[in-house]
Design a protein around this ligand. Structure first.
Ligand code: HAS
Ligand code: CU
Length: 539
C-alpha cells in the first residue's frame, strides 16, 4: 500500500513535467511551421527558453520520475515483498523532488537556457546544476533500495531464479548508476564549482565527453523500462506468453555490458578525440543494436502467440487479432512499430561517415522523437492506462478516448518525424529558431508546415491523454481494474543457464569495456585540459 503511494507520487511529478513538455513542444513545432514564436510572455521568453524547458521536462524529469515510480512498483510485485526500506524510499523521493524544484527555479526563470545537454561554455545558474545532481543522487538511492530488496528476497530464496521483471528492473538501475558517474563527475568537478565562481574556467571538450558518457546510456535507462513492460506484461495483455525468458535475460545483460562504452558516437565530429577511439565506439554501437534485435524477435513472437490464441491466422494477418480495443496494448504495439524506424535511423547515426551527413541537422530530433518520444513515451502512456486507474482505485474514464489519443500520437508522429528526417537530409540545422534564420532555404519550406501539423496533432493527443487521466481521477466511478499479471513464458527461466543469474562476471566485463573504451581519452583530457574557457550567457 505504501509502495502504491510512492509510485503515485513519482508518477504525478512525471506527468506534470510531461504536460509542460507537451505544451512547449507545440510552441517549437509551430515556430518551424512559420508562425512567429508566439507568446513571448514573461513565462516563456524565447525559442531557446522554450526548447530548454521542453528537453529538460520531457527527457530528464518525466522519464526519470516515471521510471523510479514504475520500476520500484514492478520490483516489489515481481518479488512479492515490499521495498526493503520505505523510509529510504520516501527520503529519496523528497530529495529528488527538492532537487527538481531547485533546478526548476533558474530553468523557468530563464537563467538556465542551456538546453537539456547544458554544454559549457554556456553557463547556467548554479542551482540548475546542483538541483539536477540531487536528482541523480536520488536515482542512486533507488538502486540501493532495489538492491537491498533483492538481497532480502535472495536470502529467503537461495535457489530460485530471479523473477524476470525483478531481474530486468535491477539491471536497468545498476546500468544507469554506473552510467551516471560521467555526469556526476562533470557536475561535481566542473560545472558546480565553476558556476559558483570557485574555479574560473571550464573546458568544452572534457565536459562533453563526460556528458556523453552518461548521455548515451541514459537513452537505454529510458528504453529498458519500456522493454520491461513489453517483455513481462504485454504478452499477457495480448493474450499470449513470452516466447523466451532466457533470451530476454540475455538481452538485458548485453545492455548492461554494452550501453556505456559507446557515448563517443555523439562526438564523431568533435576535434580532440582520436579517430581510433571514435571507430571503436562506432563498432560497439553496432553491437548494442543486437539486444534490440533480440527484443524485436522475442516480443513479436510473443505477440504472435497471443494473436494466434485469439484465432489469428496467416503469416501477417494474425497481427489484426491482437486486442486492439485495449488502449494500453495498442499504445505499446504502435510504439514498437515506430521504434523499428527509430532503430534503423540509429544505425545511420552510428555509421561513422553517414553521421557527417545527419549530425546537428533536423534528422536527429526526427530520430529522437521516434525513440524517446514514441517507443518510450507512448509505451509509458500505455502503462499509465492501467497503472493510474489502479492507483486511483477506479476505472479509466474512457477507453475510446484512450484509443483515439494513441492513434493520434502514432499518426502525428509519422508526419512530424518524417518531415524532420527529410529536412535534416536537406541540411536544415537542429536546435535553431529556423523561422528567424537568414538562410531559410526554399526547399525546406515545403516540409516545414508538416512539422507544425504533426506537432499540433501530437499536442492534441497529449491533451486528450491528460483529459482522460484527469477525468479518471475526478469523474470515473466503478471498481478499480486489476494490474496485468506477469506473462508466463513458453521457454521459462528453468531453461536459462545459471550464469545468466549471476552478477559478478557481467559487472566485471562492463567495467573492463568501459576502461578500454574511455580510459585513454579521459586520462589524456583530464591531464592536458587547461580549464580556461570563460562562461557565456548567449541567451
Ligand atoms: Fe539514438 C542520437 C544511435 C536508440 C535517443 N538518440 C540520439 C539522441 C537521442 C537518442 C535523444 O550513433 C539525440 C541526443 C542529442 O540531443 O544530441 N540510437 C542509436 C542507435 C540506437 C539508438 C544505434 N536513441 C535510441 C534510443 C533512444 C535514443 C532507444 C531513446 C530512448 N542515436 C544514435 C547516434 C546518435 C543518436 C549515433 C548521435 C547522432 C548525432 O550525430 O548527434 C539503437 O539502440 C537502436 C536499436 C533499435 C532497434 C529497433 C528494435 C525494434 C523493436 C520493436 C519490435 C516490435 C515490433 C512489433 C516492431 C534495432 C524492439 C510490430 C509487429 C510486427 C509484426 C513487425
Ligand atoms: Cu547515443
Amino acid at each position: 500500500m505504501n509502495d502504491n503511494r510512492l509510485t503515485a507520487a513519482y508518477v504525478t511529478v512525471a506527468l506534470v513535467a510531461l504536460f509542460g513538455g507537451v505544451v512547449t513542444g507545440l510552441l517549437q513545432a509551430i515556430e518551424h511551421a512559420g508562425l512567429i514564436f508566439p507568446p513571448l510572455t514573461p513565462v516563456i521568453q524565447s525559442y531557446y527558453h522554450s526548447l530548454s524547458l521542453h528537453g529538460v521536462l520531457n527527457v530528464l524529469v518525466f522519464t526519470t520520475f516515471f521510471i523510479c515510480g514504475f520500476l520500484q512498483f514492478i520490483m516489489a510485485r515481481a518479488l512479492g515483498i515490499p521495498l526493503a526500506s520505505p523510509r529510504l524510499a520516501w527520503f529519496t523521493f523528497w530529495l529528488m523532488a527538492g532537487g527538481l524544484i531547485l533546478a526548476a527555479i533558474p530553468l523557468v526563470g530563464n537563467a538556465a537556457t542551456v538546453l537539456f545537454t547544458f554544454y559549457p561554455p554556456m553557463k547556467a545558474h548554479w542551482a540548475f546544476y546542483v538541483g539536477l545532481t540531487l536528482v541523480v543522487v536520488g536515482t542512486w538511492l533507488v538502486t540501493l533500495n532495489l538492491t537491498l530488496t533483492y538481497r532480502a528476497w535472495r536470502a529467503r530464496n537461495p535457489q530460485t531464479r530471479t523473477p524476470l521483471a525483478a531481474f530486468m528492473s535491477l539491471v536497468t538501475f545498476v546500468m544507469w548508476t554506473i552510467a551516471s558517474l560521467g555526469i556526476a563527475a562533470e557536475m561535481l568537478f566542473m560545472l558546480i564549482p565553476w558556476s559558483l565562481g570557485l574555479i574560473s574556467g571550464t573546458d568544452a571538450l572534457l565536459a562533453r565527453v563526460l556528458f556523453w558518457f552518461t548521455g548515451h546510456p541514459i537513452v537505454y535507462f529510458w528504453l529498458l523500462p519500456a522493454y520491461v513492460s513489453w517483455y513481462t506484461l504485454v504478452p499477457r495483455q495480448a493474450g499470449g506468453k513470452l516466447f523466451s525468458d532466457p533470451l530476454a535475460r540475455t538481452s538485458f545483460i548485453l545492455f548492461l555490458i554494452l550501453s556505456i562504452p559507446i557515448g563517443i558516437h555523439h562526438q564523431f565530429t568533435d576535434p580532440g578525440i582520436e579517430e581510433g577511439w571514435k571507430l571503436l565506439h562506432a563498432f560497439l554501437t553496432f553491437a548494442v543494436f543486437f539486444p534490440s534485435l533480440l527484443t524485436f524477435f522475442n516480443v513479436v513472437a510473443s505477440l504472435e502467440s497471443g494473436a494466434r490464441a485469439r484465432g489469428g491466422k496467416g503469416w501477417v494477418a494474425w497481427f489484426g487479432k491482437l486486442p486492439w480495443g485495449d488502449p494500453s496494448l495498442a499504445a505499446q504495439v504502435l510504439a514498437m512499430l515506430l521504434f523499428t524506424f527509430g532503430g534503423v535511423g540509429g544505425l545511420i547515426n552510428a555509421s561513422f561517415n553517414l553521421n557527417l551527413v545527419v549530425h546537428n541537422t533536423a534528422w536527429i530530433p526526427g530520430h529522437l522523437h521516434l525513440t524517446v518520444g514514441t517507443a518510450v513515451t507512448l509505451s509509458f502512456m500505455g502503462i499509465t492506462y492501467w497503472l493510474v486507474p489502479y492507483l486511483a482505485g477506479r476505472p479509466l474514464w474512457s477507453r475510446r478516448l484512450g484509443l483515439t489519443q494513441v492513434w493520434l500520437w502514432f499518426g502525428g508522429m509519422i508526419i512530424f518525424s518524417n518531415a524532420l528526417h527529410r529536412l535534416g537530409l536537406m541540411g536544415m540545422p537542429r536546435r535553431t529558431m529556423i523561422g528567424a534564420s537568414a538562410y531559410l532555404q526554399p526547399e525546406w519550406k515545403a516540409a516545414l508546415p508538416l512539422v507544425g501539423i504533426g506537432g499540433t496533432i501530437l499536442f492534441v493527443s497529449g491533451m486528450l491523454y491528460f483529459l482522460n487521466l484527469v477525468l479518471t481521477l475526478a469523474a470515473s466511478r466503478g471498481p478499480a481494474p486489476a494490474v496485468p499479471e506477469f506473462a508466463e513464458a513458453l521457454s521459462g527461466p528453468e531453461h536459462a543457464p545459471a550464469i545468466l543469474d549471476r552478477w559478478r562476471p557481467w559487472l566485471a566485463l562492463t567495467f573492463v569495456l568501459i576502461l578500454i573504451a574511455y580510459g585513454p581519452t579521459l586520462v589524456r583530457l583530464a591531464a592536458t585540459t587547461p580549464f580556461n574557457a570563460p562562461g557565456l550567457r548567449v541567451w
